[in-house]
Write a protein of this length. Sequence first.
Length: 461
Amino acid sequence: MTLSQVSPDDIRSAFSQAMSDMYRQEVPQYGDLLELVANINQTTLDSDPALAARLDAQNETSRLGVERHGAIRVGTADELSTLRRVFALMGMYPVSYYDLSEAGVPVHSTAFRPIDESSLQRNPFRVFTSLLRLELIEDAALRRQAASILAERDIFTPGARELIELGERQGGFDRDQAERFVTEILETFRWHRDATVDHDTYHALHAAHRLVADVVCFRGPHINHLTPRTLDIDAAQAAMPDYGITPKAVIEGPPRRQWPILLRQTSFKALEEPVRFPDAEGGTHTARFGEIEQRGVALTPKGRARYDELLAQSRHAPAAADNLAHQRQLGEVFAAFPDDAATLRREALAYFRYQISASGRERLASGESAPASLDDAVGTGWVDATPITYEDFLPVSAAGIFQSNLGDTQQQAHASEPRSESNQSAFELALGRPVHDEFKLYGRLQQDSLERVQQQLGIED
């Protein structure tokens, strides 16, 4: 870097903190959510020293206090591609493609996040970013009207656009520029209670789909949730009423396990917030909500296929009366998925990071010969194999969160269609580049760690 540039990691951390501070002011219950999660995490670490030691060894503990994911919904290709440029200056890149139209939500999405190991350890801030699919609005006149409204707005300040171009030209920012960049970009994510359309237009778009109205009818896309990470989402779900928070009916994702996999999520209901219309005294809008997540190990394609198969089986069961019953049903189905680290690794169901253990370093220093194979090195304690944290999202869970905060019913005033490669191609065309393949990213992290260990110990396999 030149001109005493601030690292993208530092800019990302500053932006994440600024957004958290802003959202706490806009949605006071978010502050309650942070307090709840911090208390649950501390209790969990105090009661499980083995977990605390494992998280420390993986540099995960330091992430907990700052880890967040946000979500934003945009309406045009220009908005999406400009956000891509914004996030690149923060060291965040689009990972995976999610087509939520399969579940009745007229958007497709990606997640902007760091992709290299050191940046993930520094601050794994993510923004789940959705692009409205106007072509799924059945009413052609309404579709044209929505497109016209979106074409008239600019969700970025003039200062933000100038700084994006400056940062790209320079290859980064100095400290003063970085501070101004964070301030200007934050405005894109700020809530504005004044609608940009009249009352009747808002309700016509709302009738097509609540999310359409949320994207089209305001000056900017506003952050619609900011999610802290908990170590025990079941405890968090149970504790939410104690903080005056009403949780959604069930926790999304896999059931509770000894070795958590992928992602589990819960939330509180979207707020009913006052808005003003140009031609009316006012009304209300429901979009922003609070969410909590628990992250487990990233699964390989083989593991993910098994997960998807079991999830599909679980969805054939009768609807559970409550979350406890839902978790019992899930637990019975997912009993077929191995729940110990050794089997997950041996059967190549999950990704692991390899490093020489403290014992291995001592034995190596003493001149002892290392085992000839990786399995022997892991089995005899020379090498630690630790799960690689899942940094991404699950389409079914994301749709479940969206739907529960849009009234617990799937609105059908738009056409749904099966997922296709052409949908992803259209999204990537709007984005301005292909999305990263999450499996390749996790595979690279695993392979890099494996090659380091092989080189250090002289293991050839």
